[in-house]
Ligand binder design. Structure first.
Ligand code: ZN
Length: 308
């Protein structure tokens, strides 16, 4: 039996491990850790909102053919829950963010006993997700475990550098200006770790539209606190944000759009912003720059696209 199994196992090791990941961020982690030993497909591209996303027919085909399906969990992929649960009876399906210890997670008012899923917003938490991805890949391909561990270690070093850049750059934002107003509550961990007050027009999920009361309360706050910049998000409609700016203008307070942030989806594939490092570098640089810090124009490594 063993004599027959061995050549088969060797042939398998040469075939890349087929991974399907729901979000671009998880796909990036799998690519960083897996290198050439994996073939990764992300279901959700740039600008796609994971809270509202439903699997397409081709997604279903890809997932049922994959060796490994990685999703975020923590109810991020709210519309895919039932499908992923059913799929887990047939394939290896892992919610990589659910490995985070409960005590580092933020609860939220929208859902009792659920946690804020936006953990990629701080490299400190994302490192643990990358470590989990490395673990899962190694379980799937034990013969490649050393490669995965080495790749993960190299990526962790970049994440450490990103964290240091974030700490240094964001600490330079004047105390009074440390208010981040964006389209939905994606920046809770960012606020907690970097000392910002964070307000989203919509809640933790984008599933419900913002009410007029919420918008007028935020307009009052912008005026009272003299907040000069708000941020749009690449994966959420900016309609409510326009209403906010118009509301403030009607009260004689000018608010500008500080830039577009990558909240729940990364930038275009094949670009620096289409990687986790680039996504977060862009957010940090954009936020700090709009709130008065003299930031390096092209970010941490001089790789950010101009004029984004
Ligand atoms: Zn979100």
């Amino acid at each position: 039996m063993l004599a027959f199994a061995l050549p088969g196992a060797r042939a398998m090791a040469e075939t890349p491990l087929k991974i399907v990941a729901t979000t671009g961020m998880i796909a990036d982690a799998a690519r960083q850790v897996g290198g050439d030993a994996v073939e990764v497909r992300a279901l959700m591209g740039p600008g796609v909102d994971p809270h509202a996303y439903r699997q397409t027919r081709s997604d279903i085909v890809a997932m049922t053919r994959a060796d490994l399906v990685l999703y975020h969990g923590l109810y991020l992929e709210a519309q895919m829950g039932t499908f992923l649960k059913d799929l887990s009876r047939k394939r290896t399906v892992v919610a990589v963010a659910e490995a985070l210890p409960r005590e580092v997670l933020r609860g939220h008012d929208d859902y009792e006993n659920k946690f804020d899923p936006h953990v990629w917003m701080t490299p400190a938490l994302w490192k643990d997700v990358v470590a989990r991805v490395a673990e899962v890949l190694s379980e799937a391909r034990p013969d490649q475990a050393a490669l995965f561990a080495a790749n993960a270690k190299a990526h962790m070093a970049d994440l450490e550098r990103l964290l240091a850049y974030a700490n240094e750059t964001l600490a330079a934002v004047p105390q009074d200006s440390r208010v981040l107003v964006s389209a939905h509550d994606a920046f809770g961990y960012f606020g907690r770790d970097f000392g910002f007050e964070v307000m989203g027009i919509q809640g933790i999920s984008t599933e419900s539209e913002a009410g007029l009361n919420r918008i007028s309360a935020l307009v009052d706050l912008l005026v009272q606190r003299q907040i000069s910049a708000v941020f749009v998000e690449s994966s959420v409609s900016d309609r409510s944000m326009r209403a906010l700016i118009e509301g403030a203008a009607a009260q004689g307070h000018q608010v500008k759009i500080g830039g577009e942030l990558f909240s729940d989806a990364m930038g275009a594939e094949g670009t620096y912003e289409g990687t986790y490092l680039g996504m977060i570098d862009h957010n940090i640089t954009t936020i700090a720059g709009a709130l008065g810090v003299d930031v390096p124009e092209r970010g941490m490594d001089g790789k950010l696209s101009a004029g984004l």
